[in-house]
Write a protein that binds this ligand. Sequence first.
Ligand code: B12
Length: 142
Amino acid sequence: MNNLVLLSGTASDSHTWNLVYLQLLLEESGYRVLNLGACVPPVLLADECEAEQPDLVVLSSVNGHGYRDGARALAELHSRPRLAAIPVVIGGKLGTGGPEPAQADALRAAGFADVFDDDTAITRFQDFIATHVLCRTAGTVS
Ligand code: B12
């Protein structure tokens, strides 16, 4: 059975083509994808993660509120012991003024496995899923 990726928009974000793009990219890379769609509140996101136990959670936001929405989503996920080991990443246009490295580092410090918010996002994300997710399943990465 292929690895399952749970893909979701953030609570305030109504954009959907970013999610379609990422779903296709992940499926073409061999992953199963559960796409929750846009405007997903943290509690619903965490409920779905508890039910599905995905190998990776991918959050996407392009409306400019991603740094803030992402932090709230992660806080809910990490408040639940059964989700503690599942890596969570976020990417897109997370602020309104372009990439903000300090904000991205704050999200990493809060517990995101990585943050993809600049021109290298897709390339770095492809490297991430090829190594981290497959290695985690094989038991070589905690
Ligand atoms: C189409 C569009 C809309 C449509 C959305 C239709 C739909 N079904 O999705 C409509 C008209 C509804 C819309 C609404 C709004 N929009 Co709009 N929209 C766009 C637009 C023109 C294109 C977005 C798009 O579909 N791109 C195609 C997809 C495939 O690309 P993408 O979204 O950029 O995602 C790429 C990357 O960001 C990255 N990526 C995204 N997520 C992730 C996650 C990971 C993990 C990784 C690795 C990569 C990644 O990968 C994708 C492929 O490269 C952009 C401007 C632009 N040219 O980008 C503005 C834009 C995103 N919108 C914007 C805004 C402000 C809004 C509104 C708030 C406007 C308003 N005042 O109402 C609302 C949103 C309300 C809300 N609650 O969210 C701003 C966001 C500002 C910012 N972040 O700096 C933008 C950038 C326009 C601008 N220049 O100001 N929008």
